[in-house]
Design a protein around this ligand. Structure first.
Ligand code: PSV
Ligand code: MN
Length: 399
């Protein structure tokens, strides 16, 4: 790296944070099966301890996204969870209402044709806004499993109308400093017509809801050929990009660790963001979050690997020479323009990461340090014993 690119990369890392998901530390997996890990978090204290470990080692994960039904005890003061988070050196980040688990939502939540179910879904979201107040969270992160599985099942336009009206009511409930993020997903669990299937639908819904609504891009929620960075560039230009759910995928919502399949794609997404910042003189406010559930990799290790990869790709994208890129573009010099991106992508930014970690008194290699500390082993022993004491048995064997 040159002194100039080194400085730029280190500066970029200074303001780059990634939020970890509480659900990424617990027993989760595919819908076909879960392979249990002794070190998997049992309760909220474990999840926050794991998130605290990731932050302590990487220095860039100060907040944790939570799912209301999975992480809060009904009737208990949500501020308690906020205090627990602080005990582990982190804060509660995005609040995710859960509108897909209860039996009432068999035919949808905001898109349900029964107004009583829509009211129930809204009430849960209003309660989630109250949780935001108690935990000091800035983001309400919305994902809906709503949709239909068969042609003719429901009126597509009617469901759209229900969504518009519910999202607007919810938006009106938000306080000035609060933002709601609207996430989209092409399919699963609905396979015929998902109510928020792509970024265009999410954008329209968010725009109609009001100024405090933005779009959330989950990198796994796209068809294989989709140009995600183009979506990112459009949303940035419309001032409608609110946040990301990071993960990688080969087919669909695979929840693979970020950059495991296509690191260049994540680099290109970051490039669009740095390029926007260079044109506008300031970085847009974006909530970077991880959304991964690990079935095979050790959970805390996978999270560290993800965060370190995100930092590396963000630093690489920060060193693209925008002047040289613009000059090549002006001449329609396709090869030189592309090479500017490739040059940054293939630059070894290890010196910048090392310098930033040293300046922040962090381990040079967070994953190696995590292993050296034996965190996973200790967590496994502790959690195995607690499971035994609580009589928790896991597994689906007939044996
Ligand atoms: C749905 O696939 C999703 O991406 C949403 O963001 C959920 O909140 C998350 O995964 C966890 O189920
Ligand atoms: Mn997601």
């Amino acid at each position: 790296m040159t002194p100039k690119t080194l400085r730029r990369a280190v500066e970029a890392l200074d303001s780059f944070n990634v939020e970890t998901p509480s659900w990424g530390f617990a027993d989760t997996g595919t819908r076909f099966g879960k392979f249990f890990q002794d070190a998997a978090a049992i309760d909220m204290n474990d999840k926050l301890a794991d998130a605290g470990q990731v932050h302590a080692l990487t220095g860039c994960c100060p907040t944790v996204a939570v799912h209301v039904l999975w992480d809060f005890v009904k009737g208990e003061d949500p501020a308690k969870v906020g205090r627990l988070a602080r005990k582990h050196g982190v804060k509660i980040g995005a609040i995710n209402p859960n509108l897909f688990q209860d039996q009432e939502y068999k035919w949808g939540s905001f898109g349900h044709n029964d107004p009583a179910v829509r009211r129930r879904a809204l009430k849960h979201c209003y309660d989630s806004v109250d949780i935001m107040k108690a935990t000091g969270s800035e983001y309400l992160s919305l994902w809906f499993a709503d949709g239909t599985n068969y042609p003719g099942q429901n009126s597509i336009r009617e469901r759209k109308g229900y969504f518009e009206s519910c999202l607007k009511s919810l938006h009106n409930r938000l306080a000035p400093g609060q933002t709601m993020l609207v996430e989209y997903k092409p399919f699963e669990p609905a396979f015929y017509a998902t109510d928020i299937a792509d970024w265009g639908m999410a954008l329209l819904y968010a725009k109609k809801a009001g100024p405090r609504a933005k779009v959330l891009v989950d990198t796994g929620h796209h068809y294989n050929a989709t140009n995600i960075e183009q979506i990112v560039a459009w949303l940035l230009d419309e001032n409608m990009l609110g946040g990301f759910h990071f993960n990688d995928r080969k087919y669909a919502d695979d929840d693979l660790t970020l950059g495991s399949i296509d690191p260049y794609q994540i680099f290109r997404i970051f490039h669009e963001i740095h390029s926007y910042a260079s044109d506008h003189g300031k970085m847009p406010k974006i909530a970077y979050m991880v959304d991964q559930s690990h079935n095979e990799k050790a959970k805390v290790e996978a999270m560290i690997q993800t965060v370190v990869m995100a930092q590396e790709l963000y630093a690489k994208a920060a060193i693209v020479d925008h002047d040289a890129l613009r000059a090549a573009q002006a001449k329609n010099n396709v090869i030189d323009a592309e090479l500017q991106l490739k040059k940054a992508f293939f630059t070894d930014v290890t010196p910048a990461l090392a310098k930033w970690r040293k300046a922040n008194k962090l381990p040079a290699d967070p994953l190696a340090e995590h292993r050296r500390q034996g965190y996973e082993k200790k967590a496994a022993a502790d959690r195995r014993a607690r499971r035994q004491a609580m009589g928790i048995t896991r597994g689906g064997s007939f044996a």
